[in-house]
Design a binder for this molecule. Structure first.
Ligand code: ACO
Length: 306
């Protein structure tokens, strides 16, 4: 059996916050943020529900499907609008879906965890699944903490996955989690995101390289076969270090963090959308989609676009 990506959509808030704007209230500079992270500006606003709904509607329009065609909604989010209920049923209601809907929280690996979940649901009888990654990270940022405020942002991206008995776009996965590293990146109830940035950086490179190698081996390809890499957008230096270790030239990696910052589970679909708009998604080519995040969690997949 197989699954096909049928359509994609994104949504970002209108409000752009530049490094220069942040440096007016924080002890930081545009130069530091750009050099250490690659981020130049980010979008702030909306909510997981409003951004997720818009991205979901756009993905459905792009796929040419209607509400009644969707059998299941899986929403990846680290920042649901409320602890209870989940945000997915509210998005389903906004979109007029009449199907099961649930949240998945795997932090910045969330979108790939949601795709993996959808793949399993398609294997067991569902025909079409809406997968959304939507984040309202800015709500959980202490805007006086320069360590986190320069990194996190808001946004959403979505795709429609469809069962196909005759072939597949998704060739392999490698997912993992290591709860012994849970304290490296946290947001307590009523609190704000906090992170041991250096240690997250070190481990991120390791798990991206390891999971990407395993996913490529299981798809029967090497890094030389990859047309494009769509990585989680946390820090340009993490993307550079991981691609270098994998033997992949940096110009094969999609980078949108300069414009969007780290949008956690929205970042991979935001990067896909940018690559598509720039003509970088080519039928028949292999792609590596790879994410890592709090948990720690990680997830790599090999896709061959149809
Ligand atoms: N502006 C100016 N200086 C700063 C800033 C800032 N915004 N933030 C930190 N600094 C200072 C630090 O205080 C430190 O000063 P010190 O040497 O006097 O102590 C100095 O800059 C260097 O700090 P480091 O933490 O060593 O800087 P580093 O080069 O590691 O960059 C960063 C920090 C950007 C956080 C990096 O470690 C990183 O990207 N880590 C990974 C983050 C990530 O990938 N998170 C992913 C998941 S997010 C999620 O799951 C929701």
């Amino acid at each position: 059996m197989g699954v096909r990506f049928k359509g994609w959509g994104i949504a970002v808030p209108d409000r752009i916050v530049t490094n220069e704007e942040l440096s007016r209230t924080l002890d930081t500079t545009d130069e530091w943020i750009t050099e250490r992270t690659g981020i130049r500006e980010r979008r702030i606003g909306g909510s997981a529900m409003t951004l997720g709904t818009l991205a979901g509607q756009r993905a459905m329009d792009d796929a040419g499907v209607k509400a009644e065609d969707i059998d299941f909604l899986v929403l990846a989010t680290t920042t649901p609008d409320r602890i209870c209920p989940a945000t997915a049923p509210m998005i389903a209601n906004e979109l007029g879906l009449n199907c099961p809907a649930m949240d998945v929280n795997a932090a910045c690996s969330g979108f790939m965890y949601a795709v993996r979940t959808a793949y399993g649901l398609l294997e067991t009888g569902n025909k079409r699944i809406l997968v959304i990654g939507a984040e309202h990270l800015s709500r959980w940022v202490d805007w006086t903490d320069r360590n986190m405020a320069v990194l996190l942002a808001d946004g959403a991206g979505a795709t429609v996955l469809e069962f196909d008995p005759d072939g597949t776009d998704l060739l392999s996965f490698c997912l993992g989690a290591d709860g012994s590293a849970a304290d490296l990146l946290t947001c307590e109830h009523g609190g704000y995101f906090q992170m041991n940035g250096r240690e997250v950086f070190r481990r991120a490179v390791r798990v991206v390289v390891d999971s990407a190698e395993k996913a490529m081996a299981s798809a029967g390809i090497t890094s030389a076969d990859l047309g494009i890499v769509i990585p989680h957008q946390a820090n340009i230096r993490i993307i550079q270090a991981a691609t270098q270790r994998l033997g992949i030239e940096m110009d094969r990696a999609v980078v949108v963090l300069d414009r969007y910052g780290n949008t956690s589970s929205a970042s991979i679909p935001l990067a896909f959308d940018d690559a598509r708009n720039n003509g970088r998604i080519k039928v028949g080519e292999y792609a590596l989609l790879t994410g890592f995040g709090a948990g720690m969690t990680w997830a790599s997949a090999i896709v061959r676009w149809s």
